[in-house]
Design a protein around this ligand. Structure first.
Ligand code: RIB
Ligand code: CA
Length: 315
């Protein structure tokens, strides 16, 4: 039985690849896409989601608009990485897939209420929409099997020294989600920085030579050029992109790609140097119950093979 999915994202180059992986998977059934403000403003992330689904010919999945900004803070965006449109580097054409007439909150509530069994949430942007769902309808938590999210880090933030971007944009939302009691699978930077896509992988995608592969290769060229160096890699001077968001999808498709450990993770919302930090209690010092499966390793080659297959799927 395919796992029913609500996919909350802020496309975003790696969100786009994550959507291709989810939408082409035999294991997953994407029932709803909701968009968050993060990589770009809400107007741009929902437009990018519409453009992507129109481009790959997926017209049956509802795309619903989420929050315009974080719960309490002002929005910060990652246009330095994803560009002015939020998906710079290729032209996805005119969107024919329309935005839903329901808000993300209304659509999430309706789909969860009407679901026969439990659903899984994939979250690859700031957690604002998921937190609002839990604040507005706490009773719906019991309809959620787990949240597979990209966010946080046990060591080494990518937006501040302590914080990863998705968590840093809306730490209050992340705190609500991590304290919700809903099981979390956390693809933080510790694993996603190992999910590198190398130049030879991009050329392998370009050689597929279909309309999707040509556009994805161009998007990945841009993403590689604009991604910050990862200083702990063997060759930090070589520009590569990290496929952060696809990790949150790939785990649900094939857990054997990853290594993880159950532990407690808390969110810092008011530290002078540490706001947005995911405090990962890997050595069980807090005495708190585990709320997260913290992923820390990936079989990169097999992961990339799955990405290539997803791109081939949408010829
Ligand atoms: O820190 C990486 C995360 O921030 C990814 O989800 C990327 O899309 C950006 O949203
Ligand atoms: Ca994202």
């Amino acid at each position: 039985m395919r796992k029913p999915i609500i996919f909350d994202c802020d496309p975003g180059h790696d969100d786009a690849i994550a959507l291709l992986l989810a939408l082409s998977s035999e294991q997953l059934d994407v029932k709803l896409i909701t968009t968050a403000a993060g990589n770009q403003t809400q107007d741009k992330t929902i437009l990018n989601a519409r453009k992507l689904l129109s481009f790959i010919g997926v017209h049956h999945v509802e795309i619903a608009r989420g929050a315009e900004k974080p719960i309490v803070r002002e929005l910060i965006i990652a246009d330095n990485i994803h560009g002015e449109t939020g998906l710079d580097g290729a032209d996805l054409g005119v969107p024919i897939v329309e935005e839903s007439n329901r808000s993300a909150l209304e659509a999430m509530r309706s789909i969860l209420l009407n679901a026969e069994g439990k659903m899984t949430i994939i979250a690859t942007g700031p957690l604002t929409n998921v937190a609002i769902l839990f604040l507005a309808y706490p009773e719906l938590k019991e309809k959620i099997e787990c949240i597979s999210l990209m966010g946080g880090c046990g060591f080494g933030g990518n937006w501040t020294p302590a914080a990863e971007f998705n968590i840093y944009v809306d730490p209050e939302a992340a705190d609500i989600v991590f304290r919700s009691g809903v099981p979390i699978i956390m693809s933080g930077l510790d694993v996603t920085h190992k999910a590198q896509i190398l130049k030879e992988d991009i050329e392998r995608i370009r050689r597929i030579d279909n309309k999707t592969s040509r556009v994805i290769a161009s998007l990945l060229d841009f993403f590689s050029e604009n991604s910050p160096p990862y200083y702990l890699s063997k060759e930090p001077h070589i520009k590569t992109a990290h496929l952060h968001d696809p990790c949150a999808v790939a785990y649900l498709i094939d857990q054997t790609l990853f290594q993880g450990i159950d532990c407690y993770v808390g969110i810092e919302t008011s530290g002078r140097l540490t706001t947005g930090c995911t405090v990962v209690d890997i050595n069980r010092r807090s005495g708190m119950e585990s709320n997260v499966k913290f992923l820390f390793d990936i079989d990169r080659e097999r992961f990339i093979d799955r990405i290539v297959s997803a791109i081939k799927y949408f010829r």
